[in-house]
Design a protein around this ligand. Structure first.
Ligand code: PMV
Length: 332
């Protein structure tokens, strides 16, 4: 057996679901109740350096330049999966940072756990095939399974109790249909209810939850066909429907989960008006108040300009579609 390479740096980008995931069939293994379909961005990044070090008594985590107990616990528990896999107990130092707001509905946990999974797999020379990496990333956060891949990605819910068939796979690469995403930042505050807690509350209390899970397969079929056929109008229709249905489930949760603010709603109306006037754009919104406008590249500038004039929109970010998680540096 070759001796392990202890250090690796990986980069991953957030992904935005067009057919949403909201609800689990197993909390411990993070198994989704239904599949989802996403696009991976290229302009927002998480970069993570991981070093397994025999001299450390505990994992040492620097998260966005700071020591944070909650993040350290989550990352340590995640690294335990890899330590078990490799049959070691060695602790690690981790430096991870996002170049965009963390915990504010911009999918920082997706890029974060995808980068960490890739770095850990490489550092320990586990030779994991992409689907196995996706399974492991899923244990950190359900959406992280999708950020392992670039472009258009589909996550399968799977049926097995051990979750080995619940992973993402690439559907279409980024260059094959280069859409642009304009993100309207309407608040930089960290959200009150995490998606982990929120989706569990919805599963237990929302009267719409069962109907929501039941619609997922039809939405996935429609979105997959739209992606393969590069049918923007069809993708717009199914994506907005999936987003609004998820937020209906959230609103009907007890107590209600209201992730939107006034600017979020203004953006929705503005984007619908633009589309009615012939602009190739649709919106999607996750567990936070930011609005992601998915557009045809030639319309991105007009969309960004329109969103910037809306009161409450603090900033817009423009991103193309990007690659999956990758190794930036390693001792290998
Ligand atoms: O996997 P999590 O905990 O990041 O949850 C993701 C939930 C949504 O972003 C709201 C939807 C999705 O499919 O990404």
């Amino acid at each position: 057996m070759t001796s392990p390479i202890w250090q690796a740096t990986a980069q991953a980008q957030p992904n935005i679901a067009l057919v949403k995931y909201w609800g689990k069939r197993d909390d411990t293994l993070n198994l989704p109740a239904a599949g989802s379909l996403s696009i991976t961005l290229d302009a927002l990044h998480t970069r993570t350096t991981l070093r397994f070090d025999e001299t450390l008594a505990a994992d040492d985590v620097l998260f966005n330049g700071q020591h944070d107990d909650l993040q350290t616990r989550k990352i340590s528990a995640f690294l335990d999966l890899f330590r078990t896999h490799a049959g070691i107990a060695t602790r690690a130092s981790v430096e991870t940072a996002n170049d965009f707001p963390t915990g504010a509905g911009l999918a920082s946990s997706a890029s974060g756990f995808a980068a960490l999974a890739l770095a850990a797999g490489r550092a320990l020379q586990l030779q994991l095939p992409p689907h196995a990496l996706s399974v492991l990333a899923r244990r950190g956060s359900g959406s992280a399974a999708r950020s392992v891949f670039g472009g258009f990605v589909e996550m399968t819910a799977g049926t097995r109790d051990d979750g080995e068939d619940a992973f993402a796979s690439p559907l279409l690469n980024a260059a094959a249909w280069p859409l642009t995403v304009v993100v309207a930042i309407t608040s930089r505050a960290v959200k009150d209810t995490s998606s982990r807690v929120g989706m569990d509350d919805s599963r237990r209390t929302s009267p719409f939850y069962r109907a929501w899970v039941a619609t997922a397969n039809a939405d996935l079929d429609a979105a997959r066909e739209a992606v393969h056929g590069r049918d923007f109008a069809r993708l717009a229709e199914v994506s907005e429907a999936s987003c609004l249905a998820m937020h209906a489930v959230m609103l009907a949760t007890r107590p209600g989960l209201i992730y939107w603010n006034a600017a979020t709603v203004e953006c929705i109306h503005a984007l619908r008006a633009l589309r009615a006037g012939g602009t190739g754009v649709f919106f999607t919104i996750d567990a936070g108040p930011q609005v992601k406008a998915v557009c045809l590249p030639e319309h991105a500038e007009a969309v960004a300009m329109a969103l910037r004039t809306i009161p409450g929109v603090a900033e817009t970010m423009v991103s193309g579609l990007g690659e999956g998680a990758r190794i930036i540096e390693s001792d290998a």
